[in-house]
Design a protein around this ligand. Structure first.
Ligand SMILES: Nc1nc2c(ncn2[C@@H]2O[C@H](COP(=O)(O)OP(=O)(O)OP(=O)(O)O)[C@@H](O)[C@H]2O)c(=O)[nH]1
Ligand SMILES: [Mg+2]
Length: 700
């Protein structure tokens, strides 16, 4: 496998944590320490590099992944600051697939939370080496030990301290880098960090930490172990070699600490990220760049070298209504020149190419070309979306699609101004293109526009973007359930329409039979009229009349399904009969027949899967039962249980917040349509009443 001198000096790192642990603040501090920005912005002032979208600034919460490209001591960093909120879990998942290592931020005050546990699953699946930063140590009553212990247990990892704090809470002064045996303290009002002697009171814990670190480094290699046993120490180069090997093999996780807002511990953190996490070249040795050839379906492998054929993975799309598309790429192999064409292997379309930029928050700096291992934005692509593979047309490759969480939370929406329907639809389609965790559909039955997302925050932010970017406002409500109607027995009825208003009259007369057909059978129509009781040319009009009546429903106005309608007799008038009069007659006849055929209401039943920690399985099942759910099975899944149930959609419309409150946000669920089933009689009466009242109100 070829190597690349340039790619050796790159570190692509996702910064992840539970919501609000301080990722964006830490990235800001790292940029300040590296001399990239002259002053340190803050979340409170809304002027950080990574939180630049208006929706992020006023909420003080990150909603999408930002990239920070910069250099430090000859290493090029791309830090991907992912959002932590559960609503944006998909953003973090996409970011994790674009990097070679992870910086996990742990809030000393907030600890390990659900979001982190969920992301840890993805990190482990990909096999990404990690570093841990214990943040918020400037807060009162925080300490590194308890939070580290909780994290080791929750994520089942071994940690190795690289820095330890000097002072605590309001008196946190700096950190000691234990390998160097030096203290790092920030200088007030400057990005300078002073390197000095280890204070006497930290001497002993620093010594212990160093011993643990050297032992851990030695364990990774037989020769190092021998040397360590003989000499009780290793050189700095040997320590670095062992620490890197152990980190990359995921044997342990190096831990650093400090405070993002006070810029404490950031210089040793940058050093550690550069030293212990792998470059794209080293990462490809651990996990080769593999995909499939889209033509043959055979496995294809790429070297992380500038000379290999070009391939890249799209992890983010930004659409500006004026400036157009900006596509964020992680180049996996080869070289791409600005404005050079390439293939989108996922959609099998050619892209003309565009300008290339390195990314620092909302600042884009043009570059003439990019090669393996780099992360850039490319402007004005036409057909490329998040998650796609783009590549050299002559050497196509397709990377496996990143599995993303499915939307579980949906809202029906209506534009505030009726004339904005088109604008809403166009705007939402663009927003869905930017964010594959959204789902926008127009329900053909209820005619509603429905937006699905990962949670309340996700959907709220989307409506806010819709207003800001596309200038439209919407009202939202719980979506309607697409009920249907059917019949349970055969019935016959006559539909007769006769009008004599002087001169030309109207006359249509038909006898219809309705029969139930098995669920999912839809609609069948047949004619058994004999002896010319109804001339053949009127039969299509009768079918039309029946179909129209079916859309309007029999019981409560919901569409009728799973019936066979047969016209078997009737009469006509040579002058007064017309297609229109037979259509009306058929409509009347169908409604009458429905009434006698024991009509029933049908509702969609969803196949639901809930993954929940085992201590709350009982509560989750109890709640599903209360929602008229049928539990189909419960299976163990690591420390969690997966409950499979069939539950009516009507009971699942507001499930997400309830599940969160029952499980403390520790469960996830997904659901999909499975079948239509009869609504129990007592409930049907209520649904019908409500629907009739609504129709009445609309008619008024
Ligand atoms: N005292 C103290 N506050 C901090 C520290 N780091 C972050 N904060 C504060 O914690 C809040 C959240 O910080 P962010 O940087 O937005 O955290 P985040 O992890 O990026 O949050 P999301 O991206 O929304 O998940 C802000 O008010 C910060 O000012 C720290 O080290 N000490
Ligand atoms: Mg953030």
């Amino acid at each position: 496998m070829g190597t690349d001198a340039r790619a050796d000096t790159i570190r692509n790192i996702a910064v992840i944590s539970a919501a609000g642990a301080g990722k964006t603040s830490l990235v800001e501090a790292l940029l300040y320490t590296a001399g990239v920005i002259p002053t340190m912005g803050s979340i409170a002032s809304g002027n950080t590099v990574a939180d630049f979208e208006p929706e992020e600034i006023h909420r003080k919460v990150s909603v999408s992944t930002a990239v920070a490209h910069f250099s430090w001591k000859g290493i090029t960093f791309n830090l991907l600051d992912a959002p932590g909120a559960l609503s944006f879990l998909g953003e973090a998942t996409l970011a994790l697939h674009a990097v070679d290592g992870v910086l996990i931020v742990l809030g000393a005050a907030s600890g390990v939370r659900t979001e982190l546990e969920k992301l840890w699953g993805t990190i482990a699946d990909i096999g990404l080496p990690c570093l841990l930063f214990v943040n918020e140590l400037d807060k009162e009553r925080t300490a590194i030990e308890p939070v580290l212990k909780a994290c080791e247990e929750a994520l089942d990892i071994r940690t190795v301290p690289v820095t330890i704090p000097v002072g605590s809470g309001g008196r946190l002064e700096g950190v000691v880098q234990v390998v160097e045996g030096a203290a790092y303290r920030p200088v007030a009002g400057s990005s300078k960090i002073l390197r000095g002697e280890v204070p006497a009171d930290v001497g002993s814990p620093a010594g212990e930490a160093r011993k643990k670190l050297v032992e851990s480094a030695a364990e990774t290699d037989d020769q190092l172990v021998e040397k360590y046993l003989a000499q009780s120490d290793l050189t700095e180069a040997e320590i670095l070699q062992g620490m890197k090997a152990g980190t990359c093999a995921r044997t342990f996780v190096p831990v650093l600490c400090g405070s993002a807002v006070r810029n404490i511990g950031t210089a040793p953190l940058l050093d550690a990220l550069a030293a212990y996490l792998p470059s794209p070249v080293e990462a490809a040795r651990l996990r080769p760049v593999k995909g499939t050839d889209p033509h043959t379906g055979e496995e294809a492998v790429r070297a992380p070298a500038a000379t290999d054929p070009f391939s890249a993975y799209v992890f983010k799309t930004l659409i500006d209504p004026f400036a157009g598309h900006l596509t964020y790429l992680r180049v996996m192999s080869g070289t791409l020149h600005a404005d050079a064409p390439f293939l989108n292997a996922s959609r099998r379309v050619k892209e003309k190419g565009g300008h290339l930029f390195t990314i620092l928050g909302k600042k884009y700096a043009p570059v003439p070309q990019v090669s393996a291992g780099e992360i850039v934005a490319i402007a004005k692509l036409k057909d490329t979306q998040t998650g796609d593979t783009v590549c050299d047309e002559k050497h196509p490759i397709l990377f496996a699609r990143v599995p993303l969480p499915k939307p579980v939370f949906s809202f029906a929406l209506e534009p505030k101004a009726k004339s904005d329907i088109e604008k809403v639809s166009v705007g939402l389609h663009k927003l869905v293109e930017e964010d594959p965790m959204l789902e926008f559909v127009r329900n053909p039955e209820t005619k509603e526009m429905v937006l699905g997302g990962m949670g309340q925050l996700h959907v709220d932010v989307t409506f806010e973007k819709l207003r800001r970017k596309y200038g439209v406002e919407v009202d939202i409500h719980v979506p309607k359930v697409p009920y249907k109607e059917t019949i349970r027995k055969m019935a016959q009825a006559q539909g007769k329409y006769k009008k004599q208003t002087g001169g030309h009259g109207q006359y249509g007369d038909c006898w219809l039979q309705v029969d139930p057909v098995p669920r999912g059978g839809g609609f069948e129509f047949a004619s058994k009229v004999v002896g010319g009781a109804i001339p053949r040319n009127f039969i299509p009009a009768i079918e039309k009349g029946v179909i129209e009546a079916m859309h309007g429903g029999g019981l409560a106005g919901f569409p009728v399904v799973d019936v066979r309608v047969t016209v078997y007799d009737g009469s006509y008038h040579v002058v007064d009969s017309s297609e229109m009069s037979f259509k009306i007659a058929a409509s009347m006849g169908f409604k009458k027949a429905m009434e006698q055929a024991l009509p029933v209401l049908l509702e969609p039943i969803m196949s639901v899967e809930v993954v929940t920690p085992d201590d709350v399985v009982g509560a989750v099942i109890g709640d599903l039962n209360a929602r008229r759910g049928r539990i189909i099975g419960v299976t163990a899944k690591g420390h969690a249980e997966m409950i499979h149930a069939a539950v009516p959609l009507a009971e699942m419309l507001t499930y997400a917040p309830m599940l969160n409150s029952i499980t403390g946000g520790r469960a996830t669920y997904g659901m999909e349509f499975s079948a239509y089933e009869e609504v129990p009689r007592e409930l049907a009466a209520r649904v019908i009443e409500e629907h009739k009242a609504l129709k009445h109100a609309v008619a008024l």
